[in-house]
Design a protein around this ligand. Structure first.
Ligand SMILES: CSC[C@@H](O)[C@@H](O)C(=O)COP(=O)(O)O
Ligand SMILES: [Zn+2]
Length: 208
């Protein structure tokens, strides 16, 4: 069954996306029309934000259904320009139920200033928000990829590293991708990662 507002599971998915969009907007992570959000329903359907709307002011009409290849079920719909980065994650791991992308200041600045291929985040208590992390005494890598307006090509660069990602990833000068088994977990991880990035940026600024 395709996504309609008469379908309770679809309505719930839309509500989760709208709520997460408002939360991301309140934190300043989706300026202008930046960011995109998706979730996978229990029956496998994928709900994703339409391209070009403000993610802090989403309505049910701002969420559309796509197939696993990223094609809108309704041919008139225009899915997020970055849809392939969402469907890539759903195809990679059947346990992923939600994907979030934002453009925070910390993610953008750090992604442009870091010269190596990853940002190392170590010894922070909040690292425990990520799967399998039981202690602050750990060091995790957040990979960085060059931005590319050709999202299919960007996805091919991300693909070989996906299996090793513990936190998410950054696109240089662009933003962050984070996911989880469901929307509340994905949102908690995004909040955790944004906190880590803000700490990392503050420490870098203090050092200079
Ligand atoms: C405001 S420019 C941002 C876009 O180019 C893109 O990076 C983005 O995050 C939102 O694109 P969208 O197509 O609305 O999902
Ligand atoms: Zn973006």
């Amino acid at each position: 069954m395709s996504g309609t507002i008469a379908d309770p599971a679809w309505v719930e998915a839309c509500q989760q996306i709208m709520q997460a969009g408002r939360r991301m907007d309140a934190r300043g992570w989706v300026p202008a029309t930046a960011g995109n959000l998706s979730c996978r329903l229990a029956d496998g359907r994928i709900a994703i934000t339409r391209s070009g709307g403000h993610k802090g002011f989403l309505s049910e009409n701002g969420v559309i259904e796509i197939d696993p290849q990223g094609t809108p079920l309704n041919p008139g719909d225009r899915a997020s320009a970055e849809t392939l980065l969402h469907t890539q994650l759903y195809a990679h791991d059947a346990s992923i139920g939600a994907v979030l992308h934002g453009h925070s200041v910390a993610a953008t600045v750090l992604s442009m200033d870091e010269v190596s291929d990853a940002i190392t985040l170590a010894d922070y208590e909040i690292l425990k928000v990520f799967e399998g992390q039981k202690t602050h005494e750990t060091s995790l890598e957040l990979p960085l990829f060059h931005n590319d307006q050709d999202i299919a090509r960007l996805a091919t660069v991300v693909a070989p590293v996906l299996a090793d990602m513990k936190l998410g990833y950054l696109i240089r000068g662009h933003g962050v991708y984070v996911w989880g088994p469901d929307m509340p977990t994905a949102l908690a991880r995004l909040e955790g990662l944004e906190f880590l990035l803000a700490c990392h940026l503050a420490r870098q600024q203090k050092a200079h």
